[in-house]
Unconditional design. Structure first.
Lengths: 510, 144, 504
């Protein structure tokens, strides 16, 4: 007999943070709000890891909400792929929250702190929900929950830089268009199949894969989610949102938001639709692959010219998303597992980098490159974190970034696409340029004479270094991420939700 | 072989054509209008078109509201799309209100709600940052 | 001590030194003394590993599983053993020299300097004892990163520019080519463990082998094969102890050592010679040797001249691999040792001259030998060893490479080697010859005044700066007599595969 917690773990992982948001508002005190939201995130993280350990061999958990069996009822379906993403999101969310407590003191007016925590944990809930749910419309709802709270969070940066408002507005317009496209796509496939359960859809779609409705639905879903993923030409909202939002929000968004959207795309492309559909293979070959390559180079080049480091990292994110899409375009298990590995590695690397930059912003008040001159001496730990994180972004062995590159290149060689492998390394060379610009300023430029900058407080350094150490540890013990990703990719590539064993949860409660 | 134009198909999907026109009108307003407020209006049109698409999808000619009555043969419309759209409408209202709130804030800080002018101010701020960076350069070489 | 413990200690000790240096930024004596003790201990540990070494039961240690079937692992084999011995012994000399140089020259940021130095040695030990290509690549990159702050040490614009070139070329080539080569190898061979006779099936097409070899040869930018040699002269902006480390001990030797390892353990010299895949590399190496020598002759800056000389000498080792005979490989391995001792002597002398007189150009060094006799004698010994004259160590390795070239009937290569030796004479001998025999360039020099007693004529650099080059110069002579020990030691790497093939 399963205990209450394990039997309801999929639901609890969502409901706990969901309830935490109104609780924060009810108490209305920022310290209490912090404790509540942090505990909720931590509980969610514990449950995610628990589920990940449960399903990492390929088991599938199917949780029937309210005891209603799918496809009528809503189902939460946890397999290796989304348990992995859940763990990433909740881990980063927890760390970002602990980081936020100090970082927002200089960025957000104190009376808004409670609101901030409520929005943050709401956004967290949304992202977790998108990942865990097995119902297509549920994805939309959770997506909007996370998006709406994200717009608010981004706009909270306005007290420091008013451009946060226009960035949030841009994001709102584009995000809503994206989500609406996604809904239209869902409408199309609902029209064609009469179901919205992902598992059910995957059973019914192959028969009617030639239908124009199904194809149009695919296009709309990919474009709609592509906006959220920031696939290359749809990335316009991303730099502004990452640059002007409060540091803790940048950390959380950069590390998780695009990853979750990408997970949804992967889910739709490989599980709901199948890579065996002719139009999908063509889409990958002629649309996704070229766009991924353009992103890898164009965005990296743009990054190399930024003077605002947060903006530079944002463009670097666009380029890194290119890697993940490239992995998908390779269309084999190695490639998809490369995308998952990179999702994970990029989350911890970018999270760490944004945290380190946030610590600099906390002390100096600005993320502009010239303000960082000589900080290598004044903020040694923060600067060291930037160097290690940067090396991981480049893909130096011993860091997480290398593992991604390793898996992606192996996948390319597996398909004998060696020009692609060469392009992957060529794009890392641009990363050397933009990272080293920062390193040179940090260490080799004399600080402005009057400046006295202290090392960041421990409350910022500790979360940063937890992620930095994770970067190194998972760069060496790559087996963890690789094996989980491979299992995830294998099950997702089997054109459906076929797991080793499906455990049905949530029915006894009825 | 799919025919290029099929009159029966086109007329039979009249409702969809209307939604498509409405949807594109909305999208066009979002893209083409410079006034932030009008963009929100466009966005609403766009979303409403999608809602109507869903609603008409569930409608069955001659069907009543899906209420459980004694007659099992009673024809009724599919309730699920309607329910879904109820959720989507709530989301849409939330989005609109958030967008309007943002516009208020933008008007407070920028003093305008015209996109061009907001962008112009953003660019000026960026130019100031670049200028500051270039100003710092000689200082840097002095120190080196 | 257990052999495994000793093996791990060779990597832990430099890390300890790294931490020690970071912890004691202002206590110079504790830091420098502690690091010296660690350097000596490290040498002891390497000797301990050597003591336990035998070819039948190699010591191996698997540190971290990277992926199923692939791990960060270490093992001891003859080439690595020799490299580790060279690096650890020369670290002691360089460290002592570095203390003298940094203090004598009043350089800044000692702690960072010695910390990075120790970390570079850590990376070098990792390279020496790496058991597979992945481990090699990991430490190869760590070495690049840890030496970057050393090159940029002066933090002025010239140093920044040099360091940028240094990092750009080394990291660029390693990511663009070496990483590709490693992943490609893994995709084909299915594992990356170094194995005598090579990883690949002998059926691999010659064309493909040549292409893959090109990725390796250019990817190992530290071997300074033309056209990727520019980082070496660029790195000359670094303080001289760094140049000594870079150009004699750690970095360039890590490059050619990796080249040897790839040739012997990844491709297998039999495969290379039977497919002829390395022919192009041989010609490129020959070109590098000659071109670098000519460029060296045109340099007036002493360190730049030595740098180009290094480019040429490194290509000797690459040539040894490319000849793909056992004699070539052994000659290459031996040349790592002999060139290390020769070139570190030359660099230390260049640094000693700089500390004592602040002169960097050769044209200004006329007559300096009379003021700095020890330095210049050491320089002479180092030069002659590099040139390859008996009774100095360098003669053996060059001789073996000549024999290897003769074995493979490469008349032109023999010609290249001979011509190169003449060029070596032309650019190295004048430096110390003028130092002793030319009149001094400066006026009022004490050295020329016959009335001054000889003791006062001497204006050597501080003791800590002069003694290390003298010791390494002595090493050049001693190695001449013990070269056969090294040859016998590394011989198995070149002979075992041929035994295997006759058996099979």
């Amino acid at each position: 007999m399963l205990s209450f917690f394990s039997a309801h773990s999929p639901l609890l992982a969502i409901v706990i943070p969901l309830l935490a948001a109104p609780l924060c508002m009810v108490f209305g005190n920022k310290s209490v709000a912090f404790v509540i939201s942090f505990l909720a995130a931590a509980a969610s993280f514990a449950l995610s890891v628990f589920m990940l350990l449960w399903v990492k061999d390929g088991t599938v958990l199917s949780y029937h909400i309210g005891g209603w069996a799918p496809p009528l009822g809503i189902e939460y379906r946890v397999d290796t792929a989304n348990a992995f993403v859940l763990s990433i999101v909740s881990a980063i969310g927890m760390l970002a929250l602990s980081y936020a407590r100090t970082s927002i003191t200089t960025e957000i007016n104190e009376k808004h702190h409670t609101l901030f925590y409520a929005c943050f944990i709401m956004c967290f809930t949304g992202l977790m929900g998108v990942t865990i749910t097995g119902d297509a419309f549920n994805i939309f709802v959770f997506l909007e929950i996370s998006s709406l709270s994200t717009y608010t969070l981004v706009a909270l940066g306005a007290e420091k830089d008013k451009r946060a408002l226009s960035a949030a507005y841009d994001y709102l317009i584009l995000g809503t268009i994206g989500a609406t496209f996604f809904v239209i796509g869902l409408g199309f496939i609902y029209m064609a199949t009469g179901t919205l359960n992902l598992h059910d859809l995957s059973q019914r779609l192959p028969e009617i894969s030639d239908s124009r409705t199904v194809r149009a639905g695919f296009a709309l879903i990919v474009i709609g989610m592509g906006l959220k993923v920031a696939i290359y030409p749809l990335h316009r909202w991303l730099p502004g949102a990452y640059t002007y939002s409060p540091s803790a929000v940048s950390v959380f968004l950069a590390a998780t938001a695009t990853k979750v959207a990408l997970y949804v795309i992967i889910r739709f492309m490989f599980s709901v639709y199948s890579k065996d559909f002719a139009f999908e293979a063509i889409t990958f070959q002629y649309v996704i692959l070229p766009l991924a390559l353009i992103a890898m180079f164009a965005a990296a080049f743009v990054a190399a010219y930024q003077i605002n480091i947060k903006r530079m990292l944002a463009y670097s994110s666009v380029s890194q998303i290119g890697y993940m899409l490239l992995g998908l375009s390779i269309l084999n298990v190695e490639g998809v597992s490369g995308a998952f590995v990179h999702m994970f590695n990029h989350a911890i690397t970018k999270g760490a980098l944004f945290m380190a930059i946030g610590a600099i912003v906390f002390r100096t008040g600005s993320a502009l490159l010239p303000n960082m001159a000589g900080l290598g001496k004044q903020m040694p730990w923060t600067s060291a974190a930037i160097v290690v994180g940067g090396l991981s972004l480049i893909g130096i062995p011993g860091t997480a970034g290398f593992v991604s590159k390793w898996v992606l290149m192996s996948a390319a060689f597996e398909r004998e696409w060696w020009p692609i492998a060469l392009l992957i390394v060529a794009s890392s060379l641009i990363a050397v340029v933009y990272i080293w610009r920062v390193v040179e300023v940090l260490y080799l430029q004399a600080p402005a004479k009057e400046s006295v900058v202290q090392e960041a407080p421990l409350s910022l350094l500790v979360p940063t270094w937890i992620l930095i150490i994770a970067t190194i540890v998972f760069g060496l013990y790559a087996d963890f991420a690789i094996s989980i990703s491979t299992t995830a990719a294998e099950y997702i590539m089997q054109g459906g939700f076929g797991g080793k064993e499906v455990i049905i949860l949530g029915v006894e409660g009825r | 072989m799919e025919r290029i134009f099929d009159a029966e198909f086109a007329l039979g999907h009249m409702n969809y054509w209307l939604f498509v026109i409405l949807m594109m009108t909305g999208l066009y307003i979002v893209v083409a209008r410079g006034n932030l407020l009008k963009k929100i209006v466009g966005l609403n049109l766009f979303q409403v078109a999608v809602f109507m698409l869903y609603i008409s999808m569930g409608k069955i000619a001659g069907g009543t509201a899906p209420i459980l009555i004694d007659n099992p043969d009673q024809l009724y419309s599919n309730p699920l799309p309607h329910v879904l759209i109820l959720t989507a409408i709530v989301v849409g209202v939330a989005t609109t209100s958030l967008g309007l709130a943002l516009i208020v804030r933008i008007n407070e800080t920028y003093g305008t709600i015209e996109e061009d002018e907001v962008l112009e101010i953003d660019h000026q701020m960026y130019a100031a940052e670049v200028a500051e960076m270039n100003k710092n350069k000689p200082v840097k070489t002095d120190a080196a | 001590m257990e052999p495994i413990t000793a093996l791990l200690a060779t990597m832990v000790l430099p890390l300890l030194a790294f931490v020690l240096c970071l912890l004691t930024p202002n206590r110079h004596n504790i830091r420098d003394g502690g690091t010296f003790i660690i350097a000596v201990l490290l040498f002891g540990c390497v000797l301990n590993v050597l003591y336990h070494f035998n070819n039948e039961t190699p010591v191996a240690y698997e540190a971290v599983t990277f992926q199923a079937g692939l791990s960060i692992a270490f093992s001891v084999e003859p080439l690595g053993m020799v490299f580790a011995l060279v690096a650890s012994s020369l670290w002691i000399a360089t460290h002592v020299y570095g203390i003298g140089y940094m203090r004598g020259n009043k350089e800044q940021k000692h702690a960072r300097f010695f910390a990075c130095f120790a970390f570079a040695i850590f990376a070098t030990m990792g390279i020496a004892f790496s058991a597979n290509l992945l481990t090699l690549f990991l430490f190869y990159e760590l070495l690049t990163i840890s030496t970057y702050p050393l090159v940029a040490h002066k933090e002025n614009d010239a140093a920044k520019k040099g360091a940028r070139t240094y990092l750009g070329i080394l990291m660029g080539t390693s990511i663009a080519f070496l990483l590709t080569a490693v992943v490609w190898t893994y995709a084909i061979a299915g594992n990356l463990d170094f194995k005598l006779g090579g990883l690949f099936e002998p059926t691999l097409s010659p064309m493909f082998t040549a292409v893959l070899l090109a990725f390796f040869a250019f990817g190992i930018g530290k071997a300074a094969l033309m056209p990727f040699h520019r980082w070496l002269p660029a790195a000359m902006v670094a303080p001289t102890p760094v140049s000594a480390l870079l150009h004699a001990v750690a970095v360039v030797k890590a490059g050619v050592f990796s080249m040897l390892k790839v040739g012997v353990y990844v491709f297998g010299i039999d495969n290379l010679s039977s497919t002829g895949a390395s022919d192009w590399l041989m010609w490129l190496a020959a070109f590098s040797i000659l071109a670098a020598s000519f460029v060296a002759m045109a340099q007036d800056n002493l360190k730049r001249r030595l740098a180009y000389s290094t480019v040429g000498q490194l290509s000797y080792i690459t040539l040894g691999v490319a000849l793909a005979t056992s004699m070539g490989v052994i000659g290459g391995g031996l040349h790592i040792v002999t060139h290390a001792f020769g070139k570190i002597t030359l660099f230390m002398c260049a640094g000693a001259i700089y500390v004592a007189t602040h002169k960097t150009n050769i044209s200004e060094m006329r007559g300096l030998g009379r003021a700095m006799p020890f330095t210049f004698i050491a320089f002479g010994i180092g030069s002659l060893s590099i040139i390859g004259l008996p009774p100095f160590a360098g003669s053996w390795s060059k001789w073996m490479l000549l024999v290897a070239a003769a074995d493979t009937q490469q008349i032109i290569i023999i010609g290249v080697l001979l011509l190169s030796s003449i060029l070596n004479v032309a650019y190295l001998v004048p430096i110390f010859a003028r130092g002793f025999f030319s009149p001094a360039s400066g006026t009022g020099s004490k050295a020329l005044n016959a009335n001054v007693p000889w003791r006062e004529k001497i204006a050597e650099a501080p003791l800590l700066v002069v003694v290390p080059p003298c010791i390494t110069a002595l090493g050049c002579i001693v190695l001449f007599f013990y070269a056969d020990v090294i040859v016998e030691f590394i011989a198995p790497i070149a002979t075992v595969p041929s035994v295997e093939t006759t058996n099979g």
